[in-house]
Design a protein around this ligand. Sequence first.
Ligand code: ADP
Ligand code: MG
Length: 367
Amino acid sequence: MSAGFLEIRNLVKRYGGAVAVDGASLSIAKGDFLTLLGPSGSGKTTILMAIAGFVKPTEGEIVLSGRNLVPLEPEERDLGIVFQGYALFPHMTVAQNVAFPLELRKWKPDAIAKRVEETLAMVDLTRFADRRPAQLSGGQQQRVALARCLSYQPDLLLLDEPLSALDRQLRARLQDEIKSLHQKVGVTVVNVTHDQDEALSMSTHIAVINRGRIVQYGTPDDIYENPATRFVARFIGRSNVATVERIETKSDGASALIAGQWLPVEPNPAVAGKAALSLRPEMIEIGPLGTDRTDARKVVMDARIENCVYHGGTTALDIRTAIGPLRAEMPTSRLGVRPTAGATVQASWPVRAGRIVSEDDTALDQQ
Ligand code: ADP
Ligand code: MG
């Protein structure tokens, strides 16, 4: 593999005996939008702060465009940073805030004026140019913070949950804006979030972090469709995950023993130790009893409806099967008659929809 634009190699950060980052390695190409996704306390901010220069790594290397960042002060790294609560200058107007990094870089006044105008238009704040931060809403302030970084087009833009304090609608709008800015400007982004929807919809790549380690790295669809571990399957989207007692492979395919039942599965050579089966709710089809059970590419079993919740476009069904309780989610339009609690139906899913994942993510090799 050729060296990436940003290379993080075996990054470790310890605070006394506590390990915040436990040997994280990443390679990011120019123009990527990488999201570090993980639960609170998993080490995301620490990784970002180490890239920014506010946290000194205990071990490891951080290399940007072939330049070792670790010995450099934050201001020598020349990165764009938008953290939640990373304040704007309160005594300056919006335009002055955006102009500030350009003045630092000794741009000429007319070049600054032109660039500020362009950047404010980009984040849709032209009419607020003369206001002070206190006269703006939280979302508008975040857009100014973003404009302040985009004005000088940093090599790398670091975002640490800048949207998490905003209400849902505004957050969705700004997510779209950041995404289209990324496409327009082509800046490389490392974004931190614990919000899986945000990660899936905005990123070109996702690194899933758990307890200071990167448990999976890939494109959003790869991570969603092929979770490597139980943790990833549960953390990204919803998933049914059942412990696999044994897997046997014969000439006509593999079977997994789950709760005393043998089910056909597709083997996953990447899983060496304890395995589990992950099955997305939307892959389970609910239908009337007595449909064809001879299709070898499908798993079919009886199911009793325990609960059925209408969500408009989709309907969620809690069902009980021979392998335990499962959650199914069907487009309401495909459900026909809405099943009632207590009814027995038939549940089925394509064999390939059941993914064999690793039960334990601490046993994974770090990339
Ligand atoms: P995240 O951003 O994923 O929520 P952080 O990177 O902020 O996680 O923190 C990771 C772990 O490191 C947490 O357990 C946190 O308590 C610990 N930690 C972070 N910063 C410090 C610090 N300055 N001193 C001691 N422990 C810290
Ligand atoms: Mg954090």
